[in-house]
Design a binder for this molecule. Structure first.
Ligand code: PBG
Length: 342
């Protein structure tokens, strides 16, 4: 963290009264150290098959809760988000159960749901950025991010498939590839494949420090991907919540392998990790305010336990304070509306 070059000697009371600059809204705004802008927000959306469809997600409630959207509806919603100044949307496909397999082979089908969504949104709204996850969990029957052989989530075989998945997504028009699988070496393999296929400008935002977290619950409900993860869940590849030095090693590896931007995930319980990553590497750093964090605030608001709108803004400014350049949040659109309203 940068510190002033002189020693901090606070003037004593009553010469110093820290409340002076808090007394009016304009002075509070004037001395604010951090600001949240709609340009800092990345909006994750869930895409389903069909036309004119919108399905609420029970575990992600709210007046403006999160819905699964068919591609045509998603185009309209993304247009509104872009109008509000949101630069980037993240697409997650809700793959029909009958299309899921053990090996998740639908992930590499250039005509799969997410590739069709990318092409349709790019055609309608060429100026909007599109981010796609790279991981097999939406496509596998067991819900793991990688291939499972004899009960083990195998690394190198998985990376080979992820490379193909990343390529079909980029060829569909995805701007930012975001590997969320936590296999070792996947960033380097994807970067090499992009260069070989002449996509030198394809951006990679790695889920670099992604923890094995209970806060992904509503996301797995939204995708129907939580089914059969076994006794240890994803803890043989996602990080142990007890670690932070290891997060720095993950980030260092992903940057060396060719990531343009890195992410820490989940958000609020990991603000210390976010701060350490930003201070250590000084690269574009993002936080994912994940589904469970969103759901907690919304559910508490619905129960009348707190003011969910204020709590959401407070959570998001917390990410900026901790060093995030931007935030992935399901609340992106409602927050952008509130920021615009002032
Ligand atoms: C898939 C993926 C997950 C999330 C983003 N990409 C879930 C998981 O790893 O099980 C979580 C997002 C959220 O909870 O909002 N690899």
């Amino acid at each position: 963290m940068s510190r002033p070059a002189w020693p901090l000697v606070p003037a004593p009371f009553p010469r110093a009264r820290l409340r002076r600059t808090r007394l009016q809204k304009w002075t509070r705004d004037l001395v604010a150290e951090h600001a949240l802008r709609s340009a800092d927000l990345i909006w994750p959306i869930f895409v389903i098959e069909g036309n004119g469809k919108r399905q609420p997600i029970k575990t992600m409630p709210g007046v403006e809760g999160v819905d699964r959207l068919s591609i045509d509806v998603a185009i309209d919603e993304v247009a509104k988000a872009a109008e509000l100044g949101i630069p980037l949307v993240a697409l997650f496909p809700v793959v029909p159960t009958e299309t899921k397999t053990d090996d998740g082979r639908e992930a590499v089908n250039p005509e799969n749901l997410v590739c069709r969504a990318v092409r349709a949104i790019k055609r309608a709204l060429p100026e909007v950025g599109i981010l796609c996850d790279v991981a097999l969990d939406p496509f596998t029957t067991h819900g793991h991010d990688g291939l499972v052989i004899d009960g083990e989530i195998v690394n190198d075989e998985t990376v080979a498939v992820l490379v193909k998945q990343a390529l079909v997504q980029v060829e569909a028009g995805c701007d930012v590839t975001a590997p969320s699988d936590m296999m070792d070496g996947r960033i380097g393999a994807i970067r090499q494949a992009f260069d070989a296929a002449r996509h030198p400008n394809a951006m990679i935002m790695s889920y670099a420090a992604k923890y094995s977290s209970a806060f992904y619950g509503p996301f797995r409900d939204a995708l129907g991907s939580g089914g059969d993860l076994g006794k240890y869940g994803k803890s043989t590849y996602q990080m142990d919540p007890a670690n932070t030095d290891e997060a720095l090693r993950e980030v260092a590896a992903d940057l060396a392998e060719g990531a343009d931007m890195v992410m820490v995930k989940p958000g609020m319980p990991y603000l210390d990790v976010l701060r350490r990553v930003k201070d250590a590497f000084a690269v574009p750093t993002f936080a994912y305010h994940v589904s469970g964090e969103y759901a907690m605030i919304k559910a508490a608001g619905q129960a009348g336990y707190l003011d969910a709108d204020r709590a959401m803004l407070e959570a998001l400014i917390g990410f900026k304070r901790a060093g995030a350049d931007g935030i992935l949040t399901y609340a992106a659109v409602e927050i952008a509306k509130r920021l615009k309203a002032g």
